[in-house]
Design a protein around this ligand. Structure first.
Ligand SMILES: Cc1ncc(COP(=O)(O)O)c(C=O)c1O
Length: 393
């Protein structure tokens, strides 16, 4: 049997009657832009996350862009962000005219290495943009302390981490802004593009609310230059159907991650990342016999497993394992094969692979296995059996 990387139909199909009802409600209301469906979803999101304010926007990318615009970050400014992340994190920094300053990653949680971040601060540094990659929160106490010491703003890219916790607090609610993506494959997936901004700062909230509608306040009077960054009423209505199921989705992902780790850790040459040392501690588990390093959550983090991402040690081994899996019908993906400091569009910044050794190395080692909440346990057993055959072959 094939094991697909994703199966969005499994989740959305289970809610088809409610999704249809929401669709018809919006269709018949004739109210497609802003309005009560969006207000209702924003209230529910703010209640769910504990953020004082939640603002629905057009995508996770636009949420980052809006946060930067609201903080008036632009030409001449520098923003610290990881190199090992999805493009949007740094793309938005460049789009507002600021310079992304790439920071190396921790090999255990794949998130920002704060010691490296501290080394890269200059008088032009205005903000730090940690990403809670794959569903595990970055080291936020350290990030906030660093930001306080240097007067930096903090934007948390929680695109992959809605519902994740850091010492009991929700990812995305700790900095000046948190940004969320509801891209269909995210833990709360819309039926199209969608995103949100979280903030505890009422003045900043009022500012992003205006920026979302071309800087308009009141109607047709433009105080600042914004854009069209609205979340559709239809997507808000559909997301309102799915939000009450979110904790169930998380439970499914956690169950799947635990099963992978339990089964895979028994295989020869497989080790679990040493999470007890905390972020920035060395991965420290590899020896000459190590072939796979499994992901792990720090004890203080509530990981929501947007991805189950392992490291495949040894030149050419990742490609070999992915080909072996693909030949047996098992899907996998590489998030992300080239770190941002090595991307062509950032070549003018002069980054060299060796500048950020872990970002470079992780991009060459990581691969993600199917982990969606509805994935049957038998399929996980099948994936683990195939990996076992590969390791013994
Ligand atoms: C880390 C990260 N940042 C930002 C984004 C952008 O979100 P969106 O696709 O909703 O624009 C994503 C989504 O893929 C992401 O994974």
């Amino acid at each position: 049997m094939n094991v697909n990387l994703l199966d969005l139909k499994a989740q959305n199909g289970a809610l088809e009657p409610e999704l249809q009802e929401a669709f018809l409600r919006v269709l018949r209301s004739g109210h497609f832009i802003l309005g009560p469906e969006l207000d209702r979803f924003e209230r529910a999101l703010s209640e769910f996350t504990g953020a004082k304010h939640a603002l629905g926007v057009s995508s996770g990318t636009d949420a980052i862009l809006l946060a930067l615009m609201a903080l008036e970050i632009g030409p001449g400014d520098e923003v610290l962000c990881p190199s090992f992340t999805f493009f949007a994190t740094a793309g938005c920094v460049a789009r507002v005219g600021a310079k992304p300053v790439f920071v190396d990653s921790c090999p255990v949680c794949f998130n920002l290495d704060l010691r490296d971040a501290a080394r890269r601060i200059t008088p032009r540094t205005k903000a730090i943009l940690p990403v809670h990659l794959f569903g595990q929160a970055a080291e936020m106490d350290g990030t906030l302390a660093l930001a306080r010491r240097h007067g930096l703003r903090v934007i948390e890219d929680a695109a992959q981490a809605m519902g994740a916790t850091y010492r009991g607090r929700q990812a995305g609610t700790l900095g000046d802004f948190g940004t969320i993506s509801f891209f269909p494959t995210k833990n709360l997936g819309a039926l199209g593009d969608a995103g949100a901004l979280l903030t505890g700062d009422t003045a900043l909230f009022e500012r992003v609310k205006i920026l979302r509608v071309h800087g308009m306040d009141p109607k047709y009077y433009h105080r600042v230059i914004g854009g069209n960054f609205r979340l559709d009423a239809l997507q808000a209505a559909l997301l309102s159907v799915k939000l009450p199921h979110f904790n169930g989705y998380t439970a499914g992902r956690r169950r799947n991650a635990a099963l992978y780790t339990e089964r895979l850790a028994q295989l020869p040459g497989v080790q679990v990342a040493r999470a007890e040392k905390g972020c920035g501690g060395k991965a420290g588990v590899e020896d000459a016999a190590t072939r796979l390093v499994l992901p792990a959550a720090y004890p203080h983090n509530g990981h929501i497993w947007n991805q189950y991402t392992l490291r495949v040690i040894g030149a050419g081994r990742r490609a070999a394992l992915r080909a072996y899996l693909a030949a047996r019908g098992v899907g996998s993906e590489i998030y992300y094969p080239l770190p941002l400091h090595e991307q062509a569009c950032f070549a003018h910044l002069g980054g060299k692979p060796e500048d950020l050794p872990w970002a470079h190395r992780l991009a060459g080692e990581v691969m993600s296995l199917p982990i969606y909440p509805e994935l049957p346990a038998e399929q996980i057993e099948q994936v683990c059996a195939v990996i076992g055959d590969f390791l013994r072959s």
